[in-house]
Every structure is written in C-alpha cells, then in structure tokens.
Design a binder for this molecule. Structure first.
Ligand code: C2E
Ligand code: MG
Ligand code: MG
Length: 403
C-alpha cells in the first residue's frame, strides 16, 4: 500500500459543536475509543475559541442549532483558513447535508463527509479516518501550475515529450484484469509531469489534437503489441470527438493497428463528447465506420458535460463509462448512489457493458457489483502507471489476491 500524506503520528483532536449534549457525549465516547482526544460544546463562540486555542485536527459541526446557523458557522470556519478535517452532521435530509458540505468544500474547507443522524459508531469511525476529497485530488497529481501555452505543446509534439501511462480495468464479478486504459502524460523537461486536463482542450483549440492522438495511438499500440498480442486483454484509448470530424482517421487508426498487428476487436475507443459532436450525422457515420472495422466504442464520462441520453441511444456505443464524480462520492452520498444505480440499469437495458471509473475503496466496488456493473477502474484497483509498472501490476495480480 502507498503511504498517505496523513499517515503521521500527530495527535488527533476532535472538536464537536452540537446543541444536544447527549449527541456530544456519544460522539466523544466513540472518537475517544478510536484514539482521539475530544472536546465538545453547545456554544458557537466557545467552539471558535477552542478552534483557535486547542487547534483540533478534526471538527464535527451540527447544521441545525437553535441560536446558530450551521452554514454560517462553516462559512466563518472557512474564512479563518482552518485546515482541520470537517464532518457535517444533522437530522435533516441528506440533500441538505450534502449541499451544505459541498458549499463548505467550495469555500476551501477539508470536508471528509456528512453524518446524517441517527448514525452508527461504524459510520462515525469511518468518517473520522477518511481522507478529505482535496487530498485525493492532490494525490491524483492534479496540482496547481501556470497554464501551458499552445507553442509549448507544439514543441512537445515535435520533441516527442508525450508518454502514456496505463490504468488497469477489471471485471467486477471475478476481479480479473480485462485490460488497460491508456492515459497521456507530458513529460516536460523543466516542469516534470503534466496531466491531460492541462493540455487536451488546448490541443483541441489550436489544431494539435490530431497529431497528439496519432502519437498516443503509436505509443499505446506499440506497448500493447509487445506484451498482449493474442491475449484476451483489451486496450482502451481516449479519442477527442474533434478527431472524429477528420475523415481520414478511421482508415489511419485501422492502418496503425495493422502495423502493430493488433486486432481492432482488442481496441476500445473512448469518446468524450464535446459540443463538436454537434454535427450528428457525421458523428453517426464515423462511429459506425469504426464499429464496422471491428473496434469497440465507449461513451466516456457518462452523466456529465455533453454526454446525453440522445447520443447514447442513437450512436453505436458498446460500452458506457459512468463518470467518476458519481462513483467517487457513492460511499458518502445517497444521491450519487441513486444516479449510479439509474445509469447502470440504463446501460443494462441498452445491453451495454458498463465501466465505473473512480473506484477508490472496497465498499464502492461491492456496491457497483451488487448493482450489476460489469467493469471497474480506479485507484483502489490500480492507479495509472508507467508501462513497466503496469506490467508488474499484472504479474503481481496474477499471482496475488485478484485470482
Ligand atoms: P478519463 O478518460 O475519464 O480518464 C480517467 C481519469 O480519472 C484519469 O485522469 C485517471 O487518472 C483518473 N482516475 C482514475 N481512477 C481514479 C480514481 O479512483 N480516483 C480519482 N480521483 N481519479 C481517478 P487523467 O489521466 O488526468 O485524465 C483526464 C482526462 O484526460 C481523461 O479522462 C481523458 O478524458 C483525457 N485524456 C487522457 N488521455 C487522453 C488522450 O490520449 N487523448 C484524449 N483526447 N484525451 C485524453
Ligand atoms: Mg477515458
Ligand atoms: Mg472518464
């Protein structure tokens, strides 16, 4: 297991603000047994005094109190720049709790989740030990850096600075590896690794996406051909919808596969829709051409952005990928659970394979399996890895717990 940034021996101090003394006592007893020093109060002013003087590492804030507005408390806490981990609790419905916790997160607080009342000791303990979302993002490598320019990207393409990492995908039922998704990275000589969220849109806007896609295909197919020819593993490659408008692409991709000896039936093209799919007839033609050539087609990030029910129904996709936004929050959000369930049942009704991305814990994998989700990807299973590390992951898994 990789160490988390939080795995230090620092004292864990929990401060609780709730108007119900019994709730305070119960929370403190459970947290005390989980290794926390605890304090609680029913008064907002005392809460803020303790925040300053006692420096808690964790805070539980009740949303509904007679003389205090919980949203206001969270707002004030955020303004103070407090970096403790926050749990929002109340007897109100989940939607209100989740809205309040989202607002707190947007304001910069490190919220690890919501605790609807009544709660179980297990639920409280799991929240106390959960990483807040911002840490997960930091861990995913999505850091803050100055934006890159189109000229820098043009140089990167000429100098061949792009590389690909591979993230494993498993069958939910057997937990066996079924393939890898290739994800582009830019190995910049001074800035280090730059992630695709920083340059794909730029490549699309400045006419570099076709060349970028060609380089990604070459790198991905070369690695796949070296290791998995004649296996039953699959390779998924992301393709910008803009590339679809280039009439030469279906033939180019087919030739690239032939060059490396990879059967199109081993390749899934993952398409993230953008407004560029506004020419529906052309998209229908190109996607149908790919299917006729034997490629699989996946609608990526389903449920956000431009992916729509209309596109899903009329375009010849063979797989749907549920956006990680719903999967990552399924363990803490009833709404996300309901959306994931609805999307999976829609995919089943349309006879599509359905991959959940963003699976970050065992609970989520089991939840998805119970819903009939066919495939899963996520940090819990394997992070995107260098080509060598991906091969090692597969070797370890073949001899390890996945079989
Ligand atoms: P995507 O295709 O939906 O890929 C999944 C993204 O989620 C990846 O981010 C991956 O690192 C991240 N991810 C996977 N599992 C987890 C998890 O459990 N938790 C969290 N928090 N994140 C997880 P990445 O590599 O930064 O890629 C972002 C997007 O960039 C991709 O989203 C894809 O749309 C695009 N992209 C990547 N490579 C290419 C490419 O070669 N061509 C094109 N056109 N787009 C690409
Ligand atoms: Mg993808
Ligand atoms: Mg996605």
């Amino acid at each position: 297991m990789e160490a988390t940034e939080n795995s230090t021996t620092a004292v864990m101090r929990l401060l609780v603000l709730d108007d119900d003394i019994n709730v305070n006592t119960t929370i403190c007893a459970i947290a005390g047994r989980a290794g926390f020093e605890t304090r609680s109060t029913t008064q907002s002013e005392e809460f803020f005094r303790l925040v300053t003087d006692w420096q808690p590492s964790h805070l539980i804030v009740d949303l509904v109190m007679p003389d205090v507005d919980g949203v206001e408390t969270l707002h004030r806490l955020a303004l103070s720049g407090h970096q403790g981990i926050v749990i929002v609790t109340s007897g109100l419905g989940g939607r209100v709790l989740e809205a309040a916790s989202r607002a707190a997160e947007e304001n910069g607080l490190r919220v690890s989740g919501v605790l609807p009342k009544p709660f179980t000791p297990a639920k409280l303990r799991s929240l106390l030990h959960q990483e807040p979302a911002d840490q997960k993002r930091a861990f995913a490598g999505v850091g803050h850096m100055a934006p890159v320019s189109a000229d820098m990207l043009a140089t990167a393409l000429t100098m061949k600075q792009l590389c690909v990492h591979f993230q494993p995908k498993i069958a939910c039922g057997t937990e066996k590896a079924v393939g890898f998704e290739s994800l582009v990275r830019w190995q910049h000589p001074e800035r280090g690794m730059i992630f695709p969220d920083q340059f794909i849109a730029l490549a699309e806007q400045h006419g570099h996406i076709a060349e970028l896609t060609r380089q990604v295909f070459d790198l991905s197919l070369a690695w796949f051909a070296d290791n998995f020819l004649n296996s039953d593993l699959m390779l998924s490659i992301n393709m910008s919808a803009i590339v679809l408008a280039d009439a030469q692409f279906p033939a180019w991709i087919q030739q690239a596969c032939a060059r490396y000896g990879v059967a199109p039936a081993q390749v899934t093209l993952e398409i993230t829709e953008t407004s560029s799919m506004e020419n529906p007839v052309a998209a229908l033609e190109y996607l149908t051409q790919f299917r006729i050539k034997g490629f699989h087609l996946s609608i990526d990030d389903f449920g956000v952005g431009y992916s729509s029910l209309v596109q899903l129904a009329r375009l010849p996709f063979s797989e749907m990928k549920i956006d990680k936004m719903f999967v990552m929050s399924a363990s803490t959000s009833i709404e996300a659970q309901k959306i994931a369930a609805a999307v999976i049942s829609l995919a089943k009704a349309l006879d599509l394979n359905v991959t959940a991305e963003g699976v970050e814990d065992a609970w989520s994998l089991q939840f998805l399996r119970d819903l009939g989700c066919t495939h899963a990807q996520g940090f819990f299973i394997g992070r995107p890895m260098s080509p060598e590390a991906a091969l090692q992951w597969l070797r370890d898994r073949d001899s390890g717990w996945g079989n």
